[in-house]
Design a protein around this ligand. Structure first.
Ligand code: ADP
Ligand code: MG
Ligand code: MG
Length: 615
């Protein structure tokens, strides 16, 4: 779940600065970051008619299935696997169909299509093939008892012996995380990742604190309180009763996600799409729910977002409002990893109704340079953050031709949506990234979610739809993990818009599938769009299959992955109704997952019976 400065050759090593050194350059990075943004903006603000291009990103975990001990472990050789994949692929063939990139965990890799997809309908029919190719390609370089899984969070992440090779966490020694549970060896060995980890902890002034409510089953201890013998006091202060306590960035950034990026034809189209899609972030996140288990326990949440948000929360006590401001400039309401705080398009302006912390000086500088109010405040809001990692070699830059300082701040504001200006001197246009989705078990599901979102952008643009609602109505609750209310709980609350109100509470089922007298529904809209498009029979069939999955997930007819995993565990013979996921339960479940992902086993309760391909 980490995106770093693009285009700087991710594998080139450098000399990372400590937090003390980095903070001295914070103003320098911000100042030049803004200059770099202005240079880009002035060069490409009037670019028009860029064509639709888009691409997905899928994150994978490398898992060892130890049959003899009935244990599933995360294999810490992502860098080696990545190197092999790149050597066999992009390094020798610029047109290779897949691209591989490092990720936070040393047991993770990220795969994207070799080239972005274009705007023709038939390309929707190639997405799943490409994902399948990625899975096969990466699987082919693994050892026999290893496999590649697209599970959002590894159920026993942070439990004793969860890695291969096994390492002990080092909470008291010098280390990046100082976690009681997550050894530094599970962090990608590239210094970028350990620096991020260490600097977040140093900036915050203590370890990160993640508390996820535990699912209280029949035999779960009540209250649920854990003791941590190696604790130096931080866990005792941070851990809440009846919660699963976690203390490392790896618990969030070590999860896998699914993202989509689109190129818009112009900056204004990108701003419009950014806003419109923001409304759908919580909805699609809930539809993609796939992470019910943390550190070997059944939790009471279904999505990882709150966990990852807390896992990189580098705000000081002052910034979090626990102490009066003295050494810091701002009271900051959210983690760097959170939902968006302001709309960017003119139709969004009137719905910008939440308090926005901005850097006033930067805002003024942007306004003086001719940037409009909405864009200026968006950037001035991102730039309240400090750079969290900086390399010695990358301090003094050519602001006309480089954008690393801008990207430094931009790419460590991990929001649900990202508005991406073109890199300097490139053919790439203004892009928007949709970031809230949890990764799904199969390529069929991942393709379905991705295609659904891309089609949704086409429909929004073609019919000039407006789905905005006041940002204060966003169901995100900042960085505290929140419980997803089950569809039924929301159903009862549905209301018709009262006079003068433009918005109303609807269930996800209604939003996706429609309900007479309330809302047409997205799927019916997409279907009518498709009816008016020329699409070959095979592609149409594929798309309809994808939409059917989304439709049935929204109606509750099919399970989410989170639900499926909960069911699996609750029916496992070894489960003692105590909220504990043992090694054996974990092993059996992931074994089952692997078979389903490889198409060797059907799973109609999760994915239905797709007609033409779905595995
Ligand atoms: P990130 O900023 O998340 O690292 P990347 O720039 O690496 O994202 O790419 C994310 C996705 O964007 C990939 O799927 C890639 O294929 C796609 N992509 C690449 N170029 C373009 C483009 N010009 N327009 C839209 N998407 C693109
Ligand atoms: Mg990633
Ligand atoms: Mg991304």
């Amino acid at each position: 779940m980490v995106t770093f400065v693009a285009g700087m050759g991710l594998l080139s090593q450098g000399s990372p600065l400590t937090w003390e050194e980095t903070r001295k350059y914070a103003d320098h990075v911000r100042k030049h970051g803004i200059l770099q943004f202005l240079n880009i903006y002035n060069k490409v603000k009037d670019r028009q008619k860029d064509v639709l291009k888009w691409g997905d990103e899928v994150e994978y975990m490398l898992v060892e299935m130890d049959e003899r001990n009935e244990k599933a472990r995360l294999v810490l050789n992502g860098s080696k696997v990545l190197e092999t994949l790149q050597q066999k692929g992009e390094n020798i063939n610029p047109n290779h169909p897949t691209l591989w990139r490092p990720e936070y965990g040393s047991y993770m890799i990220e795969g994207t299509p070799g080239q972005p997809y274009g705007g023709t309908m038939s390309e929707f029919n190639t997405v799943e093939d490409n994902m399948d190719k990625r899975r096969r390609e990466a699987s082919s370089v693994l050892e026999k008892n290893q496999t590649l899984l697209t599970v959002t969070s590894f159920p026993r992440l942070g439990c004793p012996g969860f890695t291969q090779p096994e390492y002990k966490p080092t909470p008291v020694e010098k280390g990046a995380s100082k976690s009681l549970f997550f050894p530094d060896e599970a962090i990608n060995r590239h210094p970028r990742f350990s620096t991020l980890t260490r600097n977040i902890r140093h900036r915050r002034g203590e370890k990160v604190v993640i508390n996820v409510p535990v699912f209280k089953d029949k035999s779960t201890p009540c209250p649920f309180v854990e003791v941590f013998p190696e604790d130096d006091g931080e866990a005792a202060r941070g851990a809440k009763p009846d919660h699963i306590y976690m203390d490392a960035i790896g618990f969030g950034m070590g999860n896998c996600c699914l993202q989509v990026t689109f190129q818009a034809c112009s900056i204004s189209e990108a701003r419009y799409l950014y806003d419109q899609l923001a409304t759908f972030c919580p909805i699609v996140m809930a539809l993609s729910a796939a992470s019910p288990f943390y550190r070997g326990f059944v939790s009471d949440i279904d999505c990882r977002w709150g966990v990852i948000s807390a896992s990189v929360d580098d705000r000081t006590r002052e910034e979090r409002g626990l102490e009066p401001l003295k050494n810091n400039k701002f009271r900051i309401h959210k983690s760097r990893y959170d939902s968006i705080d302001c709309y960017l398009s003119c139709c969004g302006e009137k719905y910008n109704d939440i308090e926005l912390t901005i850097d006033e000086e930067i805002n003024k500088q942007l306004l003086d340079a001719g940037i409009d109010k909405l864009l200026a405040q968006h950037i001035a809001h991102l730039f309240i953050r400090d750079p969290i990692s900086l390399f010695q070699e990358k301090i003094h830059l050519d602001d006309e031709n480089e954008s690393d300082h801008f990207e430094n701040i931009q790419s460590t504001n991990w929001q649900t949506m990202r508005f991406k200006p073109p890199p300097p001197n490139s053919e790439i246009g203004w892009r928007v990234e949709f970031r809230p989705m949890e990764v799904q078990l199969t390529d069929f599901e991942n393709s379905a979610y991705v295609v659904f979102i891309v089609l949704l952008t086409r429909v929004i643009l073609s019919y000039k739809l407006d789905f905005l609602l006041p940002l204060s109505k966003d169901v995100f609750k900042g960085c505290n993990p929140v419980l997803d209310p089950p569809a039924s709980a929301v159903n009862g609350l549905e209301s018709e818009a009262s006079d003068g109100e433009e918005y109303t509470l609807m269930s996800i089922d209604t939003i996706i599938n429609g309900k007479e007298g309330v809302f047409t529904g997205l799927i019916p809209m997409l279907n009518s769009y498709l009816e008016n498009m020329e699409v070959d029979v095979d592609t149409r069939c594929t798309i309809l299959n994808y939409l059917k999955l989304i439709k049935r997930r929204a109606s509750g007819e099919l399970m989410t992955m989170a639900k499926w995993m909960r069911e699996y565990v609750s029916h496992h013979p070894q489960y003692k109704q105590d909220s504990v996921i043992t090694d054996k339960i974990n092993y059996d479940m992931l074994q089952e997952c692997d078979l389903i992902a490889k198409g060797q086993k059907k799973c109609p309760e999760l994915i239905g019976e797709p007609l033409n391909r779905g595995k």
